[in-house]
Write a protein that binds this ligand. Structure first.
Ligand SMILES: Cc1ncc(COP(=O)(O)O)c(C=O)c1O
Length: 338
């Protein structure tokens, strides 16, 4: 089993693979973010935010508790990275988040507090119980808690401006389009700012799920307010594509059955949006952000009849580009304290 010693060095530099495309002159590429050590693109934001807080000397080992409202992947990433660095974490999560996600977070040693929020914590004043609870706890114990607040933290933007964007550019200097989902907007704005600095003609497409959706990690901007981080640079997004739950789940199935890629629901939404964008182009090179893989979504995929148990087990083991993930093994995970 992987020790935590080197795990933080493995954040970023994820593979960018070529996907077959129905049009000769339109090429699709997918950035496989589940190759990050804790299984999603959120390892990048979590690492950048914790490192920044360390640089600002607001974290004290054995004293500070990191407190964050999250709908899933940020929680897993913060729990894993904080454990590697020796910090305690308490996460406030909507009860609707998948049981698998909660189990992974608990295995990483973080404390979970659940609220009956919608899947995506809302950011409007007074509407979000996750954020309201976090703020109340911080107010009561300011000496104990630090909230990194991924929805407004510039380090979330810089994780992608300094990491993901340059990785995409160095792999594909003639990229014409970047397509990603939006949760906090860190990925979309960070990559957009970098790619547009290199080539102002690059088009950036944001993917939004339908209202009252079931796509963990993504945000519908009519259901909930625009996060501060996205609002600061929203002009960088050239186009928004809306994807229904059923189109996202069908895309998850298509990717598994035709390309042996086993993705999470937000990657399905991104792939469905990319088909729409590619359909309108005569030529182009599109990079798609695939945020996480399908292995922690059995309960969701069962509920929406995306896969049978046999199919799910088959793809969990035999899909292409699926590295063994220590989080999915049952042995205890041991911390590394530098
Ligand atoms: C599965 C998944 N996809 C996409 C995103 C969007 O990322 P960002 O917060 O950078 O907008 C997230 C964020 O949590 C996510 O968990």
């Amino acid at each position: 089993m992987q020790s935590f010693t080197d795990i933080l060095k493995r954040v970023g530099n994820t593979p960018q693979i070529s996907l077959s495309s129905p049009k000769d002159r339109v090429a699709l590429y997918a950035k496989l973010e589940w190759f990050n050590p804790f299984g999603s693109l959120k390892d990048r934001a979590a690492l950048w935010m914790i490192k920044d807080a360390e640089n600002r000397k607001i974290l004290k080992r054995d004293q500070t508790i990191l407190l964050e409202p999250t709908s899933g992947n940020t929680g897993i990433a913060l729990a894993g990275i904080a454990k590697a660095l020796g910090y305690k974490v308490e996460l406030i999560i909507p009860a609707k988040a998948s049981e698998e996600t909660k189990k992974l977070i608990r295995r990483l040693g973080a404390t979970l507090l659940e609220t009956d929020d919608d899947l995506c914590p809302r950011v409007g004043p007074g509407t979000d119980q996750c954020i309201a609870l976090a703020e109340a706890m911080i107010k009561a114990h300011p000496e104990k808690y630090v909230m990194l607040n991924q929805y407004a933290n510039e380090s979330n933007f810089y994780a992608h401006y300094e990491g993901t964007g340059p990785e995409i550019w160095s792999n594909l200097r003639d990229v014409t389009h970047f397509i990603a989902g939006v949760g906090t907007g860190g990925t979309l704005t960070g990559v957009a700012a970098y790619l547009k600095k290199k080539n102002p003609h690059v088009k950036v497409i944001g993917v939004q799920p339908q209202r009252a959706h079931h796509i963990q990690g993504l945000r519908n901007l009519e259901d909930s307010a625009v996060p501060e981080l996205l609002r600061r640079r929203i002009g960088l997004i050239d186009e928004w594509v809306k994807v229904s739950d059923s189109d996202a789940f069908n895309a998850v199935k298509t990717l598994a059955k035709t390309k042996a890629l086993f993705v999470g629901p937000s990657s399905g939404a991104v792939y469905a949006a990319a088909q729409e964008v590619a359909g309108k182009l005569s030529e182009g090179k599109l990079v798609l952000m695939f945020a996480d893989d399908g292995r922690k979504f059995w309960s969701l995929y069962d509920r929406f009849k995306v896969f049978t148990r046999e199919e799910f087990d088959y793809y969990s083991h035999y899909a292409k580009y699926l590295p063994p993930n220590p989080l999915f093994y049952e042995e205890p995970i041991t911390a590394y304290h530098p």
